[in-house]
Ligand binder design. Structure first.
Ligand SMILES: [Zn+2]
Length: 350
């Protein structure tokens, strides 16, 4: 199960900007969130990540920039954590915490990332989002003229999945993205939609695709491995966003640590660092969560130990705990933190 972005951001919005008519369940969720945040703030104190090795560029390829007012806090956050560049993803209203359904509001989301990137060239790399149906082909061209580097696709997430990924009405867009060598970041629920994803990859083997969240397989590395074996150009990001799936994911990867290390050694050029940060919520408690998110996602790759929420079956709530990280050696860490992303983003960085 992988209902990552939208669930998380909606939960977060409820936590920090409650609507006036909130239900009892929502109030309960809010109280739990606030309790969490207070516990988190107490535990975290003021920490920042240690700097990466000299001259190693760090690129976070998975940041949802949800509003223009988040640009300055995002840049400060990147500086604090020694992230050199971020791929900023256009986000529909649902992912941005503005309600709505499906992709509604996505064109406004595109304007936000294009404007932010124009003001911070080279630092913020804009990825727009699109309907996969035929109608958006001219719009893709317009967005590319306006500076879009790549495309983030949400349609592999069950909340955005209106048609199969390999639906005939999507073929023109897949073809355009492949022919123009556009970097694509796809959220794909590979429990539900694996067959559809495979059909797209068979039809478009040269698609420059990164499949998010270890291709939706954080709790089933065998699934990820078989996809990566079958499709040698398929890349994956290592991002863990929302607390629920991330907690499950980190716990599973800790148990499967040796296996995951083996996969990094086998394919060092195919793993890309990302955080899945969603920039909605700019209050101090949210800033603490931003810190935790980047420290944990980077810690998974870099550190021997890192901290994030933990939960066991007998616990009523998640609490901060320690996980064993991969502590990748330099020859695997450098590619994952930035070099693989630089190759994928190609001309966008020049
Ligand atoms: Zn995301």
């Amino acid at each position: 199960m992988d209902p990552i972005v939208a669930h998380h951001s909606r939960g977060r919005r409820r936590a920090h900007r409650p609507p006036p008519m909130s239900s009892r369940a929502e109030r309960g969720a809010r109280v739990r969130s606030i309790a969490w945040g207070a516990a988190l703030a107490a535990v975290l104190g003021c920490r920042s990540s240690p700097p990466p090795p000299a001259r190693q560029e760090v690129i976070d390829i998975h940041v949802h920039l949800t509003e223009a007012s988040a640009v300055a806090p995002l840049l400060a956050h990147m500086a604090k954590h020694h992230v050199d560049r971020a791929v900023i993803l256009a986000s529909p209203d649902l992912t941005s915490g503005r309600g709505g359904a499906g992709l509604s509001g996505y064109r406004a989301g595109n304007d936000i990332v294009l404007d932010a990137a124009a003001a911070h060239r080279g630092k913020l790399i804009p990825f727009v989002t699109l309907e996969l149906g035929d109608a958006d082909i001219p719009y893709l061209a317009e967005l590319r003229r306006r500076g879009a580097c790549g495309v983030k696709l949400y349609q592999g997430h069950n909340l955005f999945h209106e048609r199969p990924l390999d639906d005939p009405s999507h073929q023109a867009m897949w073809h355009a993205l492949t022919a123009q060598a556009v970097p694509v970041l796809l959220h794909a629920n590979t429990v539900r939609y694996r067959g559809e994803l495979e059909a797209v990859l068979r039809a478009f083997p040269d698609l420059q695709l990164v499949c998010a969240h270890l291709c939706g397989s954080r709790t089933d590395l065998a699934r990820m491995e078989s996809l990566m074996e079958a499709f040698p150009r398929l890349l994956v990001d290592t991002s863990h966003g929302s607390a629920g799936p991330a907690t499950e994911g980190f716990a599973s990867l800790e148990r499967e640590r040796a296996r995951l290390l083996g996969l990094f050694s086998r394919w060092p050029e195919r793993f890309l660092f990302g955080t899945d940060l969603v920039t909605s919520g700019l209050d101090p408690m949210s800033m603490e969560l931003w810190d935790l998110q980047v420290e944990s996602n980077m810690g998974l790759l870099k550190e021997d130990k890192f901290r994030f929420f933990r939960q066991t079956a007998d616990q009523p709530a998640r609490t901060i705990g320690t996980y064993q990280g991969l502590h990748l050696p330099p020859e695997l860490l450098g590619p994952a933190l930035g070099q693989n992303a630089a190759r994928w983003l190609g001309a966008c960085l020049r």
